[in-house]
Write a protein that binds this ligand. Structure first.
Ligand code: TPP
Length: 282
């Protein structure tokens, strides 16, 4: 199925593509500077996060706790560098704050903390909880007659955890049309391929069996991401899972598709090479 949206201009798509690459550069710079972090799963989700924060979500960086805002739930909390980069570039706090990521007195900690960072809607890092928390937020929107939508980013390795599927049952039982999950399906987890460690296929069918509306897209194609995220707004009585096919480490030749780049920082030389590759795209 082709989830594209002809109404979005080429210029806007090109801008979003550049933002995605800028977020990649920011994330890697943060990880290099801190000497720790998760490059692979930050690079794979850059277009998804760019489209959400810079095109789709109804948010107000000047008032991060505005009650009617759309919520973003980073269930795969280890991709915090990417989230912090997006929040900074979107204007929630100064870009310079990214340099202090992980300092004890900095509001940006290793994993996202709802009590510390403006724009963070869920404390995460312990995998598996995003769907259930999002379902709760969606039920709250219904109870209070609020218009907001909840967008939840999951990892494929993360979906091996049983609690994901408990949340999935709950969300479909309550027909939560205001819930959209996006699966960063890069097929690489912490120390190997998902298809070797615990195969998830047929993954689309699993979500369908849990009574979710399911779409499949290329998770690096901005036009397809926009098309899918616009299309789900018409689905009122079912939660939606967008399975986004991605490449772990996307954009950096020596990181792509390698579990060794799941959770380690590049050396200075590696970072410089990565930056050169990424800067060509901005
Ligand atoms: C409950 C829990 N178990 C284990 C971990 C350690 N851990 C952090 S990331 C990760 C792998 C996640 O893989 P995936 O969801 O595929 O993430 P991505 O490839 O998108 O980075 C693991 C096991 C954790 N954070 N939480």
């Amino acid at each position: 199925m082709n989830h594209t949206n002809e109404k979005v201009s080429r210029v806007e798509i090109s801008e979003l593509e550049k933002i995605a690459y800028q977020l990649r550069i920011d994330s890697l710079e943060m990880i290099y500077r801190r000497g720790a972090g998760h490059p692979g799963g930050s690079l794979s989700a850059a277009e998804i996060v760019a489209v959400l924060f810079f095109h789709i979500m109804n948010v107000n960086p000047q008032n991060p706790i505005w009650i009617d805002r759309d919520r973003f739930i980073l269930s795969k909390g280890h991709a915090s560098a990417l989230l912090y980069a997006a929040l900074a570039r979107r204007g929630y706090f100064p870009i310079d704050d990214l340099k202090r990521w992980g300092d004890l007195d900095c509001h940006l900690q290793g994993h996202p903390d709802i009590l510390k960072t403006p724009g963070v809607d869920m404390t995460s890092g312990i995998l598996g909880h995003g769907i259930a928390i999002s379902a709760g937020l969606c039920l709250a929107a219904r109870a209070k007659d609020k218009p907001y939508r909840v967008y939840t980013l999951l990892g494929d390795g993360e979906c091996q955890g049983g609690i994901i599927w408990e949340g999935a049952m709950l969300a479909s039982k309550y027909h939560l049309g205001n819930l959209t999950a996006i699966l960063d399906y890069n097929d690489v987890q912490l120390d190997g391929f998902v298809h070797d460690i615990m195969p998830m296929e047929p993954l689309a069918q699993k979500w369908k069996d849990f009574k979710w509306n399911v779409l499949e897209i290329d998770g690096h194609n901005v036009k397809e991401i926009i098309g899918a995220l616009e299309a789900v707004k018409d689905v009122k009585d079912q939660p939606t899972m967008i399975i986004a096919h991605t490449v772990k480490g996307k954009g950096v030749s020596f990181m792509e598709n390698k579990s060794t780049w799941h959770g380690k920082a590049p050396t200075r030389q590696q970072f410089e090479q990565a930056r050169q590759e990424l800067e060509r795209m901005v």
